[in-house]
Design a protein around this ligand. Structure first.
Ligand SMILES: Nc1ncnc2c1ncn2[C@@H]1O[C@H](COP(=O)(O)OP(=O)(O)OP(=O)(O)O)[C@@H](O)[C@H]1O
Ligand SMILES: [K+]
Ligand SMILES: [Mg+2]
Length: 677
């Protein structure tokens, strides 16, 4: 770790020198003041070179350089990653689908928003988009580093594909959702390079505080000279500049941006892309986590596993109607019903969407709001399938009856954690009849309970939100070990729940994958979209998890907390340090002018010049010494906030006070060996 850091440090040195350009430094006012001071002492040393003035000048420049080095090292890691990503962004040829069904070859960079492209086994997907036709396995290792192929299919919550990844099997049609130059990989590159990094509100607030402190010290140090003159002494301008630099909060001023970059970088190492630094900070303060059920807590392959007929209906009849209602249903659930009806129930392959459509049938597509799908045939007969309350509502509204034995089957399937889809059909001109239930099965991902226990220990409440019915929701919630759940949630409900939590002053994180999760992901303070999810979800959130692991939020929260703690700890250390420096060097500096100060000069430094120079050297070296801590972060333990605060005040506050006394004394012993000091 240390040796690799030293190597990165060397590699970052040219970048650190480049950052000496003052145009770069306006972002960091504390360091800019040091820069101006260094320029001033450089000028003075040229006019009147002494060992003291030249040494101080050298170490002042070193201070600016070390501050730049911290940032350059933090950025260096991302640069390497960006290089790797650039290599995957190779020139591709796209097969654009034209309106008449023919294809033309165009360059990948010429694709426009909304274009349809065909991608087949062995070909690279030319841009980001949603699969609108077909199913394929895709190798996404170029962006996720994970070699196992993933399934991408039209219709469901796993339809998004990323440009630069490779189709391994089959053929898909993709609708392009990104403009050239604004693809996911482009954004990833900008992100890891830190090109798009903006100061977060917390950083801005801290910067204002540091700038204010700096201004106060500039005024205070300017007032020293008249006092000295009045007392019959005179301090050189070099001494005043050195004093100023020692007193202003250079340590945190130098490390602030590196701490932020390193936090983002730690997320990238865990395959999470944070689109804003603000989200990373918010993650450190999150108190409620909302998770979507299907695909997030469960694997999300809700598949038909049984047909249960009710009210004396024949199972073959149920199967035939379930099949009919799903022919045009492009969701994975719909497709699995068709498959199951054909393979397990022997429903004839005969019917297909095209013939049905030509015969004048109207399809009713699934929506998260109606929670139903189905078809109205030309002869006036109708079939619906969907969530029990939705289909029963439709049946009753149309004057139909609900068989008495339905309830027990719906409850049974739900209690097992399955999703019941009720099927109802109406003959031409007649009221609907409920025919039975389709049992959709899904499996809870392993290890969920332990992860939720961990979140609880961090003080985070987990709430599962699902469009599914309350019984299924409860069964899955119990199995997964979440604290609470909200069932039969529409996209609006999800958003309302987030608003309600936020009104209580709580920060809310949400993970989701579906288009129906997008509004909620946008509303949440931390919205983590699964990479497997839809483009809409990825656009709406402020983070994307390339591994699509909802429990990744634990890492995200830990990294966010670590970022906040690290910044707090180093700020404490920096300011404690400056206060201590004041008491360590001022007596030594002024002892010539005010002999009375000899009584409080506990340090007994060898001379006023040596004291001043030692303080400047110490001030510069502290920055370098703390770069590893700023990059690695203060170790995070799941402790309560108040205990953490007490611990940090003790370690970094006390440490910050003691360090200068020890450090400056040691440096003074060496510096006093220099001739002329
Ligand atoms: N293809 C479909 N046709 C008819 N009804 C469906 C279909 N897919 C799902 N449903 C019903 O609609 C409900 C809501 O589904 P949806 O996928 O929107 O859930 P959700 O809000 O995303 O929640 P989650 O993903 O957490 O389960 C499901 O519980 C199911 O009862
Ligand atoms: K300082
Ligand atoms: Mg969903």
């Amino acid at each position: 770790m240390t040796s690799s850091l030293v190597r990165t440090g060397w590699q970052a040195l040219p970048a650190a020198f480049a950052k000496l350009d003052p145009r770069h430094l306006w972002r960091s006012p504390v360091i800019l003041v040091v820069w101006v001071g260094s320029a001033l002492t450089t000028f003075l040393s040229v006019l009147e070179p002494t060992v003291f003035s030249v040494s101080v000048t050298i170490w002042l420049w070193a201070t600016v350089l070390f501050a730049n080095l911290a940032e350059a090292v933090a950025e260096g890691r991302g640069k390497a990653q960006a290089e790797t990503l650039r290599r995957t962004r190779t020139e591709t040829t796209a097969r654009r689908l034209l309106a008449d069904g023919s294809e033309e070859d165009v360059r990948g960079t010429e694709l426009l928003l909304g274009d349809l492209v065909v991608v087949e086994a062995g070909q690279v997907i030319p841009g980001d988009g949603d699969v609108v036709e077909g199913v394929a396995t895709v190798d996404e290792s170029a962006i996720t580093g994970e070699s196992a192929p993933v399934v991408r299919e039209s219709g469901g919550d796993r339809c998004a594909v990323t440009g630069g990844t490779t189709v391994l099997s089959d053929r898909i049609v993709v609708r392009v959702t990104s403009r050239p130059g604004e693809t996911f990989i482009d954004r990833m590159i900008a992100l890891v390079e830190g090109a798009s990094r903006q100061k977060t509100p917390n950083e801005v607030a801290l910067s204002i505080l540091l700038t204010t402190l700096t201004i106060i010290f500039v005024l205070a140090v300017s007032a020293v000279q008249p006092m000295a003159v009045y007392s019959g002494g005179r301090l050189s301008l070099v001494v005043l500049v050195a004093l100023l630099v020692c007193l202003i909060p250079t340590t945190i001023g130098a490390l602030l941006s590196a701490i932020g970059i390193a936090g983002m970088d730690r997320l990238v190492q865990r395959n999470v892309l944070a689109m804003s630094g603000r989200a990373v900070e918010a993650a450190g303060d999150v108190s409620t986590l909302l998770l979507d059920k299907t695909g997030t807590i469960t694997f999300g392959n809700r598949r038909a596993s049984a047909f249960v007929a009710v009210g004396g209906t024949d199972r073959a009849e149920l199967a035939a109607m379930a099949h009919l209602s799903s022919l045009a249903d492009e969701t994975p659930e719909g497709r699995s019903v068709v498959e199951f009806a054909r393979e397990e129930e022997g429903v004839a392959d005969g019917g297909d969407v095209v013939t049905l459509g030509r015969s004048g049938a109207t399809f009713v597509p699934f929506s998260a709001t109606t929670r139903m799908s189905g078809v109205d045939l030309a002869d006036g007969s109708r079939v619906r399938k969907g969530a029990a309350d939705a289909v029963l509502g439709w049946t009753r509204a149309e004057g139909g009856e609900v068989p008495g034995d339905l309830e027990v089957h719906v409850a049974g399937i739900s209690a097992s954690g399955g999703t019941p889809l009720v099927v109802a059909a109406a003959d031409p001109g007649a009221s609907p009849t409920v025919l039975g239930v389709i049992h959709l099965k899904d499996v809870v991902k392993p290890g969920m309970r332990e992860r939720f226990d961990q979140l609880r220990a961090m003080g985070i409440r987990t709430v599962m939100i699902t469009g599914d019915n309350p019984l299924t929701a409860k069964a899955i919630a119990d199995e997964a070990g979440v604290d609470d759940y909200l069932a039969e949630a529409t996209p609006e409900d999800k958003m309302a729940l987030i608003r309600q939590e936020q009104e209580g002053g709580r920060l809310v994180a949400m993970t989701g994958d579906g288009t129906n999760d997008a509004p909620a992901l946008a509303q949440a303070d931390v919205g983590v979209a699964m990479n497997t999810g839809t483009s809409a979800a990825k656009e709406a959130g402020n983070m994307v998890d390339l591994d699509s692991d909802p429990t990744k939020l634990i890492d995200i929260v830990a990294i966010g907390k670590q970022l906040l703690i690290t910044r707090g700890a180093l700020t404490t250390f920096s300011i404690a340090n400056d206060v201590a420096k004041y008491f360590a060097i001022v007596p030594a500096m002024f002892v010539g002018i005010f002999p009375g100060l000899g009584a409080v000069d506990v340090m007994r430094l060898s001379s006023p010049e040596s004291a001043m120079l030692s303080a400047v050297i110490f001030n510069a070296l502290v920055i370098v010494a703390l770069i590893p801590l700023a990059l690695r972060g203060v170790r995070y333990r799941p402790l309560s906030a108040s205990r953490l605060l007490r611990r940090n005040l003790l370690v970094y506050g006390l440490g910050g006070i003691v360090a200068p006394f020890v450090g400056i004394k040691a440096i003074d012993l060496l510096v006093s060996l220099l001739p002329g000091l």
